[in-house]
Design a protein around this ligand. Structure first.
Ligand SMILES: [Zn+2]
Length: 76
């Protein structure tokens, strides 16, 4: 079941909400229904900005693909 992240327009609270069927997310703090869905933040940021930083971080991090040759996920 998909859990999405939402932000309340009223009180600026970020919260996760398990969306089931036609359930509408409401803010757990103020109970307001004026919320909007956020994009998955971590994947979005690492692919978006700071390409140089991302590459360096990837080089320092070993992955299982590297030890056995070329690895498309980290560029080794
Ligand atoms: Zn709220």
């Amino acid at each position: 079941m998909p859990i999405y992240e939402f932000r309340c327009e009223k009180c600026d609270l970020d919260f996760e909400f398990l969306v089931m069927g036609s359930d509408k997310p409401v803010c757990p703090k103020c109970g307001g229904a004026d919320v909007h869905k956020l994009l998955s933040s971590c994947g979005f940021v690492s692919k978006g900005q700071g390409g140089g930083v991302t590459r360096r971080a990837a080089a320092d991090t070993s992955c299982s693909g590297c030890s056995s040759g070329s690895c498309s996920s980290c560029g080794h």
